[in-house]
Ligand binder design. Sequence first.
Ligand SMILES: [Mn+2]
Length: 492
Amino acid sequence: MPRRCAPAGPGLHEQFQLPHAMKTIIILGDDIFLPVVRYYIADQHDVLIVASQSATLYSLHAFREIKTRFCRNLSSRELFESLDLDETTRLVICFAHNDTLIRCHETLRKVNKDVPVVIMGLNRQDFRGIDAPHNTALFSVEHLVHQQLESLWSAIDNRTRLERLRALNDACENILILIQHDPDPDALASGLALRVLLGRNKQTAPIATFGEVTRSENQNMIRLLDIPVMQITAGDLKKYSKIAMVDVQPPYFKNNRVTADIVFDHHPVSEPYDAAFKDIRPGCGSTSAILGTYLIDGDFKITQRLATALTYGIKSDTLSLERDISEIDIEVFTTLYPLANLNMIRQIENAMLAYHEIGAFIKALKNTTVADKMLFAWLGPVVSEDIIPRIADFCLHIVGSEWAFVTGVHDGKVICSVRNVGYVRHAGELVQRAFASLGSAGGHRSMAKAVIPLKTFKKYFRIRRMADIEQQVIGCVLNAAEGQMLPAKPDF
Ligand SMILES: [Mn+2]
């Protein structure tokens, strides 16, 4: 859906603005373009309008003092030869028919190949058969109107939904903004954006999770952008008049049986549920972008902090606009990017290493096995789960590795984090084939994960020592790479 263009910052605008001293010549072939042309010339200095109807020229004079010229044949060689065209001229040719546009443009190009020209038609069909070199651009009134109206309709849609949201919001004392168990940047930014949309503060609309934030980038984001996340239990829910969910939906909280009044998400709906307000857009790459459209269309004041959070939310959920993006992600990102604090985003992404984490890196690098461009690293027990995927990301930088399989043990579970370079086979499918019969296993094309209870793992492979885990992981992966499924054992 085409949407409003991002407003350029003042600095950017001035930087690219062309000098005003240039000459504009408009060949006005049909009166239907009169209103468009009148708006265009309103702020141009040196304008000449050529038309074949004297009444047309007369009406333009009434509008503004400008130079005009009458010419019976607007496609004639003589006309273009007399216009004194050069590379600094801006020429606009307007005709309502395909044949007249072609004729006029062809004659022009025979006389002058260098003058830049915009060809204006009513719709795209008017441009059939027009050969447009680098200095010719095509502009249709149809496109302008269509794009503009689409953008206005979607703004009205958003503002109408916003009114419904306000009605829900006004009627209650406090609203809990609930996010997933290990909140990611998209969820954190969406929580912050929803709070702004509701016109509330930390006290009357706290952001909460049943789990905790483990990734250090996400902890950095919370600290630097001041987005505290409250840890709650099911018993706390009754303290709130309403529950909103962002980047997640009620079926996710099956065990806690949580219902929601307000839901914003970009994940598909897995099971039906009721909520007074829902905006679910599975086509979007991030929930941050969905909430961003409300802020933009509702004319909310977007602070640097909010812009930074949303920009980072979109960036991290779409792998820097490389994965599953929609036009909405791009539009919101382009609008907010100039307002965001990019130094802060760099600071968030630059996760610092704690001493115990450096220890894990050293251990990993001492315990690597390489087989067929697959790099395996064994960490043993780890203090925080987060270090496993981080080391997996790092291992992909080692020369010769197209795959990284990093395994550690945390909280009674064997966790294997998988990364690949993206142009090899699907990571999620491989991991599923290797480990699905033992625990949860799967993921995306280039990142995946397996989580297997330690007891199950030891029992299945009949091993006693933790140190023997890695050999089994390597075996499972290599077998899976050859197409073998892990056999289910009859006594298991
Ligand atoms: Mn998300």
